[in-house]
Each structure stands twice: as C-alpha cells, then as structure tokens.
Design a protein around this ligand. Structure first.
Ligand code: NDP
Length: 297
C-alpha cells in the first residue's frame, strides 16, 4: 500500500483563493480593506523570510499589509507603545508580532499586550482560554490548518484515536484541543512519554510536532493511519549539496508504505499556516466591523 499524499499546498491555495474572494466582499460591505499588521524586531534571517512571505500573501489576498520593522535593540516600552497604537488603529484587524523576539524582550508580556480580538496568531491567553472552554476566538494557525486537512480527508473524527506528539502552546496543546472538540480520543505525548512507539501504534491519527528529523518510524504506525507531519527540520548537507534537505518529524519514505495518508515536508502543513493566518485576519475584520463571519471561512 502506498499512502495518499495529503497535498497541503493545493488545499492552502484553495483556501487563499476563497479568502481573497471574501476579502473583496468585505471591502464592498465595509468600505475598507481588511488589514494585517506584522511587527518584526531585529534581523533574524528566517523571521525576515516569514515576514516577507506573509506580506506578499496578504497583499495577494486583497488585504492591507502594514509592516513594522524595528531595530534589534528596541526597548520593551517602545514595542508596547507600537502594539498599543495598532490595538487602537481601526484599519488594523490583525496584529502579529513575529517570534522569536530578541532576548531582552519578554515574549509573553508582548503577546499579552495585543488585543485578543486582533490576536490572529491565537497566542494570547484569552484565546487559549476560549479554545479550552469552547468559545469562539482565534486558534493558532498551524494546528487549525492541520485540523482542516484532517477533516477534509477523514470527515467526521468522532471516536478516532488521535496521538499528538509535542505539547507546545503554539502547536501540540491547541492541536489536542481541536481534536478533542472534534470528538477524537486524544493522547498527548512528549519527551517523557514511556514507550512512544507503543502509544503511536494505536493511533488512527498521528500529529507529529516535535522538531526531530524523521523520528517517527514506519514500524510505529498503525496500518492505514492518517499522519500529519508538522516538523520542519533541515538535515546536514550531503556531499555536493549546498544546503541540507528539509524533512519532517516522520520518516516519510518508510511511513508511506504503512500510513493511509500522510502530509509531505515540504508541501504539507507548512503552506497551511500562512493561508490560515489570512483566514484568521479576515475573520477578525468581519468581527471588528460587526458583520457576520461567512460560514465558508
Ligand atoms: P517545541 O520545541 O516548542 O516543542 C516540541 C515538543 O516535542 C515538546 O513538547 C517536547 O516535549 C516534544 N519532544 C521533544 N523531543 C521528544 C521526543 N524525543 N519524544 C517525544 N516528544 C518529544 O516545538 P514546536 O511545537 O514549536 O514545533 C514543533 C515542530 O514543528 C518544529 O519542527 C517546528 O519547526 C515545526 N513547526 C512547523 C510549523 C509549520 O508551519 N509547519 C509551525 C510551527 C512549528 P517536552 O515538552 O517534554 O519538552
């Protein structure tokens, strides 16, 4: 058996198209474009790439992109003042502070300063709380993208055994919460889990969000399992290569012969993250304008 390849890139492209159409409708109804403000502090090369691609995707979806690039030595007072200004700016529906921040800045304090109604990353404790108690808020983009791929492939997740490997606040925990909301039976595994292969073996759904190259092996998987690989790991360059290959947390080539379906890396979960960010921003815009959020978002 060869697993079906879950094409996150194609799914994300369709989602972006839908968001683009609805961003046009939003503009007609409200008389303004939905707006996303992205704040980048310092010059971390990976963060610069992410911020650039978020800007391009926002503009391509017919939304306004406000970029704020601040020097690495920006004080917390100045960063907070900018966040406060963006909270009050009616042209800004979503605010994203690109992480990681330089060491002298307190990430939790900065996230806490963002208005929960503009927190399109879903990192604010208010939004984590809303997710935990089943109220509508903003859900972190990566796990929301994963649940979209899962329901698209499997439909109803009721009663399925799901194992999430990883318990970070931005991926593992919200992922588990979303699976629970979808009535899956959820186990969260982490670095202290005993017999991880045995735990994974019973899963109909495996979500790997660890950050360890090809850690999850084919033998760990139940036949026909649906595997969502969130990990992005760069291998050391092989001979003749300038850069090493990007791989996930799952040994894709082995898993392909056991799983029912699996996301590739790259081209699986990665493209979903930005598409969901655009979706969350447009949802924020509808809510902030007092309009009903279209169901197809
Ligand atoms: P974190 O480092 O915050 O969390 C990793 C989790 O994996 C922790 O809960 C840790 O357990 C667990 N873990 C570490 N080693 C093991 C092990 N040997 N066995 C079982 N569990 C283990 O990472 P993130 O959640 O932020 O990200 C995870 C991965 O997803 C990374 O590769 C990251 O690059 C990628 N990512 C991809 C995104 C995308 O858009 N596709 C977006 C966000 C992240 P413990 O808590 O016990 O330490």
């Amino acid at each position: 058996m060869t697993a079906e390849r879950i094409d996150g890139k194609a799914f994300a492209a369709r989602l972006r198209e839908r968001v683009g159409e609805m961003a046009g409708q939003f503009e007609q109804w409200s008389g303004r474009k939905a707006g996303l403000a992205v704040v980048l502090v310092g010059e971390d090369p990976a963060s610069q790439v992410y911020v650039r691609s978020k800007h391009k995707a926002t503009v391509a979806a017919g939304m306004e992109s406000f970029e704020h690039r601040l020097p690495a030595d920006t004080s917390e007072t100045d960063l907070m003042a900018l966040v406060d200004q963006l909270n009050r700016d009616e042209a800004v529906d979503g605010i994203l502070v690109q992480l990681p921040l330089p060491d002298h800045l307190d990430e939790q304090a900065v996230i806490a300063a963002i208005s929960p109604n503009k927190d399109v990353d879903g990192f604010h404790v208010t939004n984590a709380g809303r997710l935990a108690v089943g109220q509508s808020g903003f859900v972190p983009c990566t796990p929301l993208g994963c649940i979209m791929l899962l329901t698209d492939r499997l439909g109803d997740l009721s009663g399925l055994e799901a194992v999430v490997i990883g318990r970070s606040n931005i991926v593992g925990k919200p992922m588990a919460q979303l699976l629970l909301d979808a009535n899956a039976t959820v186990t969260i595994a982490h670095s202290r889990t005993k017999d991880l292969p045995g735990v994974v073996k019973r899963a109909d759904i495996v979500v790997a969000a660890v950050g360890r190259a090809e850690m999850v092996k084919a033998e760990w998987l139940k036949d026909g399992a649906t595997v969502i690989d969130v990990g992005i790991n760069r291998l050391p360059p092989a001979e003749g290569e300038e850069k090493g290959r990007l791989v996930g947390d799952v040994d894709y080539s082995g898993a392909e012969s056991v799983a029912g379906a699996i996301t590739p890396v790259p081209g699986g979960v990665g493209p979903m993250t930005i598409a969901v960010l655009l979706r969350n921003t447009l949802v924020a815009a509808y809510r902030n304008a007092g309009l009903d959020v279209p169901e197809s978002l």
